[in-house]
Design a protein around this ligand. Sequence first.
Ligand code: HEM
Length: 116
Amino acid sequence: MNTFDYQFFHIAMVIIIVANLLYAANSPQNIAFKILYGLNTVFLLISGLIMIQLAGLNPADISHYPLWLWVKILCWMLITIIPPILNKRAPKLMQKISLVFILIILFAAYLGIYKI
Ligand code: HEM
């Protein structure tokens, strides 16, 4: 696999997570989307760790992570933890605010490209 393959994998996980998030928000009882969303977030993290390696950093050496990377990891945590909880406990609210999660994803993409 070359650099483009890994970059494509990272972008593919992002696109699929947006689709998955919207499906899951509109169909909160659907067990398949719950499982797929969980798997999707794990693969997004794995692709992110590969991106860290590509950026010339050691994924295991968290003391050298720049601030933008920590903010990206925080974004990942938010979209991994909150939507499944809201889908279970407040599905109506989740439908209303799913755009907020899309904006968080957009912000993470911005950080990945501009690195500021
Ligand atoms: C929250 C969801 C995320 C989104 C929407 C996102 C999106 C992006 C995008 C669009 C890029 C630019 C791709 C490129 O230049 O080839 C990027 C780069 C990057 N991402 Fe993510 N990402 C996310 C999560 C993560 C996570 C969790 C990590 C780390 C664990 C991560 C690590 C990186 C790194 C290190 C780069 C820079 C690679 C480089 O240019 O050398 N990302 N991300």
